[in-house]
Design a protein around this ligand. Structure first.
Ligand code: GPQ
Length: 829
């Protein structure tokens, strides 16, 4: 009985000596135990990497304790749970983040130093978990941290790609992609659950069967693979709550192809089995570019099917009526990538659980919510109907049924406006028929979220105008945020200590609104001095890294000016480079005496280009060509340097962002849905040079337009500027620097031609030319501010003081209250 089981559990707990102890001595014992028995190295000879492994395993043990307790607590108390479905998570490293969130950083540091190791050195041994592309994927990671810290009963679901985002290697200035086989050295942060598996099926046919005298259409699949769960504990800060991020890996199914074995074709059967594993093998490296490939669709369905089976099983264990589903389960679609979930849940409820269609549909709509991260319609995901029909025949029928019902309902409301009906249809007619995933996600969700105020306004007026007019109450925005745990506490320990000292509390780590308290000290000169020191330390770290990576020595007195993010035409790294060429050109033509007034700059650019994105790759090459010219010009010296930081990823960001004085966010207004990099820089006291796009508009509301350098066309001006086409006024300087590139001043004349063509008068879609003048003015304003250190430091302090709103804690709380309707559920100590 229950009493007996409890007694047994208690005896075991006593045998285990209770929970793990966190004093430095116990930590040392545990680390050495792992050296000996987990890493299997002798206690007298292990290197830094092996020490890192043992250390991580000791942290993992502590995570597992809390993770167990959190889950039994949720199981017992049965709160409504959120399931966050995302095909991408950019977790980066876990070690430092974990010990900080567990609150045992100091104990570990001491334990290690007594063993003759330094925590920071071992932490550097860890590779990044890069199971995502860019902002969208890092946002998922920040949001998981906030969900755990705020005690929300949530799960994350994703895919365990064996190859994460490619490594960027630069050869002769060109980007090359190398596979990121990140699991090579083992992954101490995951727990393999060999017994948590589900069959995921593909292909086959739909047949009609009889259920209690009624005809039912059901799927008879043709192929199946197994999904195996890998669980990744996500610790909250200042709480025992530790959530689960469950990632699925594909394995060959034992039910696979038994026929072939019997016919004696043994070798081919084994080879065929291996094909199953390819499903979760590799992350697609393009963001915002959906190609309608079968493997990608397979990944999406594999993810959706495994996650939903797991979620429904857990629901059925605790509840026996699907009417309760919306009270107990919230399913969040992170972009359209998992939106086949809507068809899948209908298939489960109708075909397997035999609910009526209408009832099932009402439940589905109440359960799902959706966030979109894109602005332009061309960025929206589409799946060719033929592809979907062959891979998932029953789902295609369900999608048609959903669409038919929706169209009927719509006709009743708007009449026979065929243009509008066809725009809103889930099925796009045309030479190739497509399923519009965004339309599906909007129709099947009760809330549709944008990621900034401006983003939602744009969606309402353009991309989703028809839907907004139909269902205005469905549309919300939740301005993105980032976690201050990772982006200040982990990555900028000096600033973290300084903030806590001057606020007199560490409470801001759980409540970022308290950062406004820094405003009280904005005129204090002692505070200024310490602030300056912190920036200096971080610039030093960054300068060392730059020298190690590129051989370029940079001066700490120069302004460190940074643009790091994925390379995209709309993000306008090209504008930055043309601005640098202009600066170089001015220096060359300047009187020697005047040079003394020039503010020295170190321009730093980093980011990956999607492997098939030719223009983005040319931008990377141009950056290297310009850098080579400038950095080797003895006449210029420290006045201007340009460095490209290769293989930009989360851990590189942790080093680069704290060391920046200025950061650039140059998207053409209306193209960056939110932007989250800017928030990380803001939190680290870097001043922003930015267009009035996405989240920047809201940053201005918090810190005031005096505390950043704003430039460029406003959203409402962009369309008109584009219409002007070749009659647009373009500054002479722009024509001049573009000509330098065209004429081969930096070599590779032929190669750069098509890049230059993209900004030629009349074809300059992203308006580099018409924004150039105002860009240069903003740059000049930044130079001017930099030579008044008092002013600069004040702006920097006020940036951090105004960054509280951009904590993902605030975002998550808004989602919890307004979209998911979940409440905190704190696991007792
Ligand atoms: N974002 Cl559609 C991505 O990182 N990848 C994508 O495929 C799409 C959007 C970004 C978006 O560009 C940023 O403006 C947002 O801040 C970010 O998602 C998170 O919402």
């Amino acid at each position: 009985g229950v009493g007996e089981r409890r007694a047994k559990a208690e005896r075991m707990f006593t045998l285990m000596d209770g929970f793990l102890k966190n004093d430095p001595l116990s930590l040392q014992k545990d680390i050495l135990n792992h050296v000996e028995y987990t890493v299997a190295r002798s206690r007298f000879s292990f290197d830094d990497f092996e020490a890192y492994q043992a250390l991580s395993h000791s942290v993992r043990d502590r995570l597992i304790e809390r993770w167990h307790d959190t889950h039994s607590y949720f199981k017992r108390t049965k709160p409504k749970r959120l399931y966050f479905l995302s095909l991408e998570f950019l977790m980066g490293r876990s070690l430092s983040n974990s010990v900080i969130n567990l609150g045992i950083q100091d104990q570990y540091a001491e334990a290690l130093s007594q063993l003759g190791f330094e925590f920071e050195v071992l932490a550097e041994q860890e590779g990044d978990a890069a199971l995502g592309n860019g902002g969208l994927a890092r946002l998922s990671a920040c949001q998981m941290d906030s969900l755990a810290t705020l005690d929300y009963p949530a799960w994350g679901y994703g895919l365990r790609y064996e190859y994460g985002l490619f490594r960027q290697v630069i050869v002769d200035g060109f980007q090359h992609e190398q596979p990121d086989y990140w699991l090579n050295f083992g992954n101490p942060w995951e727990i393999e659950r060999i017994h948590v598996t589900y069959e995921v099926k593909f292909y086959g046919t739909v047949e009609e069967i009889d259920v209690n005298g009624e005809k039912h259409r059901v799927w008879v699949p043709g192929e199946s693979v197994e999904a195996v769960a890998y669980d990744n504990p996500i610790p909250g800060y200042g709480t025992r709550n530790t959530l689960n991020l469950r990632l699925w890996a594909a394995k060959p199914s034992n039910k696979f192809d038994l026929e072939a074995y019997n016919t004696g074709d043994y070798i081919n059967s084994v080879v065929n089995r291996q094909r199953a594993e390819t499903i979760s093998n590799v992350l697609y490296p393009d963001d915002r570019n959906h190609q309608g490939k079968e493997l990608r669709l397979k990944q999406q369905y594999f993810f959706v099917s495994a996650s939903l089976q797991d979620i429904i099983r857990r629901f059925k264990e605790a509840h026996n009526n699907f009417d309760e589903l919306p009270d107990k389960v919230a399913l969040h679609l992170n972009d359209t990538h998992p939106s086949l979930s809507i068809a899948e849940i209908m298939r489960i409820l109708v075909d397997e659980e035999h609910l009526g269609w209408n009832k099932a549909w009402d439940i589905a709509c109440e359960v799902f919510s959706f966030t979109t991260h894109t602005v332009v319609a061309e960025g929206l995901e589409k799946i060719p109907v033929d592809l979907l029909g062959s891979l998932l025949p029953r789902h295609l029928e369900i999608l048609y049924q959903i669409n038919f019902n929706f169209m009927e309902e719509l006709k009743k409301k708007i009449g026979l406006d065929y243009n509008r009906l066809s725009r809103m249809s889930i099925v796009e007619e045309g030479a190739v028929k497509n399923i519009r995933m965004a339309n599906l996600a909007i129709v099947g969700s009760h809330i549709v979220n944008g990621v900034s105020k401006l983003h939602l306004d744009t969606l309402k007026m353009t991309t989703f105008k028809d839907f907004y007019e139909l269902w205005p109450e469905k549309f919300q925005f939740k301005t993105n945020g980032v976690t201050q745990r990772r982006w200040i506490v982990v990555s900028n320990p000096s600033l973290c200590a300084l903030i806590s000292k001057w606020l007199g509390t560490e409470a801001w780590i759980r409540n970022a609104d308290l950062l406004t308290g820094l405003r009280d000290h904005v005129d204090n000169t002692n505070f200024h001095q310490e602030w300056k020191m912190v920036k200096r330390i971080n610039k030093m770290r960054l300068a060392e890294y730059i020298e190690a990576m590129s051989g370029v020595k940079v001066s700490l007195d120069a302004m460190f000016d940074v643009q790091v993010k994925r390379i995209h035409e709309y993000k306008r790294q090209f504008l930055n480079i043309l601005g640098i060429i202009h600066r170089y050109d001015c220096l060359k033509n300047m009187d020697k005496n005047d040079r003394r007034n020039v503010v020295p700059r170190v321009c730093i650019i980093g980011g990956k280009a999607a492997p098939g994105y030719e223009i983005a790759k040319k931008i990377i090459k141009l950056c290297h060509s310009v850098a080579e010219k400038i950095n080797n010009d003895a006449d210029i010296g420290d006045l201007l340097k340009l460095v490209f930081i290769p293989d930009y990823n989360v851990s590189v960001a942790e080093l680069v962002i704290p060391g920046a004085d200025l950061s650039q966010h140059l998207s053409t207004a209306g193209h960056e849905a939110s932007g989250t990099g800017s928030m990380k820089f803001l939190m680290n006291g870097c001043l922003l040079l930015a267009t009035a796009d996405g989240s920047t508009v809201e940053i201005i509301e918090e810190i005031g337009s005096d505390n950043l350098f704003l430039f460029g066309a406003k959203v409402q001006e962009v369309a008109e500027l584009r219409e002007k086409g070749s009659t647009l006024k373009i500054p002479l300087q722009f024509a001049r620097v573009l000509r330098m590139v065209r004429d081969g001043y930096f070599g590779y004349k032929e190669y750069f031609k098509s890049l230059c063509d993209t900004v030629e008068i009349g074809k300059d879609f992203y308006l580099l030319g018409s924004d150039f003048g105002s860009y240069l003015e903003a740059q000049a304003a930044a130079d001017k501010a930099f030579v008044e250190p008092e002013k600069w430091i004040k702006m920097s302090i006020l940036s951090v003081a105004g960054s509280g709103r951009f904590s993902s804690d605030r975002t998550i709380q808004e989602y919890a209250e307004r979209t998911w309707k979940i409440v905190p559920s704190r696991c007792p100590l």
